[in-house]
Write a protein that binds this ligand. Sequence first.
Ligand code: PEP
Ligand code: MG
Length: 569
Amino acid sequence: MIGIGVSSGIGMGKTIIKKEPTIKLKKNHIDNPEREISILNDAREKGKEQIEALYQHAFNTIGKKEAGIFRAHKMILEDPDFFGQIESKIKEEMVNAEWAISEVANFFIEMFEAMEDEYMRERVADIRDVTGRLIKIVLGIEDTDLSNLTEPVIIVAEDLTPSDTAQMDRKKVIGFITEVGGKTSHSAIMARTLEIPAVVGLENATELISNGDYVILDGDTGNVIINPEREVIEEYSRKREEYIEFKKKLEEMRGQKSITKDCFEVEIAANIGTPKDVEGVLLNDGEGVGLYRTEFLYMDRDRLPTEEEQFEAYKEVAVKLEGRPVVIRTLDIGGDKELSYLPFPKEINPFLGYRAIRLCLDQTDIFRTQLRALLRASAYGNIKIMFPMISAIEELRQAKGILEDVKNELRSEGIMFNENTEVGIMIEVPAAAVMSDLFAKEVDFFSIGTNDLIQYTTAVDRCNGNIAYLYNEFHPAVLRLIKKVIDNGHKEGIWVGMCGEVAGNPQLIPVLIGMGLDEFSMSASSMLRARWIVNNLSKREMEGLVDEILKLPTAEEVKDFIAQNVNIN
Ligand code: PEP
Ligand code: MG
């Protein structure tokens, strides 16, 4: 069986199935609403106590960041609006407390689920967790206790709530499998933090696997094998040993430079979406932030963020990074990311439409506010400004012109900023890649956005599942463009980075080293592995391979060639 591998490693052992009690809620007509409200309030208090205990447990055993989720849960329990709506439902419709809780919860769940942003959609898990807890308290249902496991087990569940994962004894839980979830669901994030191998999205897992079954799960491939033959167990035992050895090697990478055997030094940095993510960057020994996607600041609210709010966020990141560089990308909205409060034209091709820099150059008040905040924050750390979706020189010149205006404005107001703030562009549109020789004369750096560069170069919508098989980072056209951009950047003496997913791809890192890429920006958890790969390579050797690779006609051949010719052990 195959699910989605979300946390690396091999888990092997007996299973315990955690099934949520099936609660069939009934709508009861009540005649004493005050009594229901008092039941609701008691449950609310008890819920707060439970969550506080979970917070303390998580804080002591996992860490402050992960415990933070329970602060969010407590906030839901402290939200007067949320409880006001439940109370009104009880009073106006004369219904029982648990029914009212579930109705109001469903209202919010549907609202969040309808949002485009995956992060917001995943917040649905918080509402479910908290309201599920409340309903169980009201009905007097006890939860399965995961904190008192006596032997090592693999947990199989429909889903694991943050409350479940926070209770887990990491020495006893050697893996988990869930039916729902994706790479960014809470259970997946927790699994990675706790370093527990995990597979999610395995449909009907709680039906197909029984309590006490012996299961092997591979957190990289998503493979799950139930009651395997002895030879399979032996094969996976070997894999597990190798993985443990590999993890030890990665730990040794901490505090080291990212430098090839023949002394070509690069920067390994992280992609972040919020100031909170900086913790993960530091935890994984990142050398900086190669992409701060500022759109989350705009998506997390029901109006545009003010200059002050933005300034605080950018400053926080710069300060926390203590001098390490941070590339902050100006608003990249549109395409698949919309703002509820900003009208977007209905378009047939939103990815080719009114988005990112195009919107900013049209609605310059939004752009100016962001640039003011960015420049002000530049006084507090090593901030670099980056424009997304640039496709023509005029756009760059216009954006830089507005930046100069804003600088003059700040100067005349006597507000400090870093006069030497570097300005760069994302190379994610083929036109910019083809013209990179000329763009390089007008910017301080390039960052290649392969997520979009692949979709635009190969005309394959990155969100369309029907043609996902065509979306290929090994496509020779993409690799040729990347090489061109790096060469053109270097000819003009500017540094060239990459912040699309390809930068963290273990098969392509050697190729990028051969091409001379200077900076690699990826998810924080991939950074140590990337450093390990870089430190085991010889740039000169990779240069030779790049010449061969760029002659190959198909993605498949490129992939095979790399597999056969790059050995980094
Ligand atoms: C990219 O396009 O490669 C990129 C990093 O930006 P995003 O994924 O935010 O479009
Ligand atoms: Mg992009």
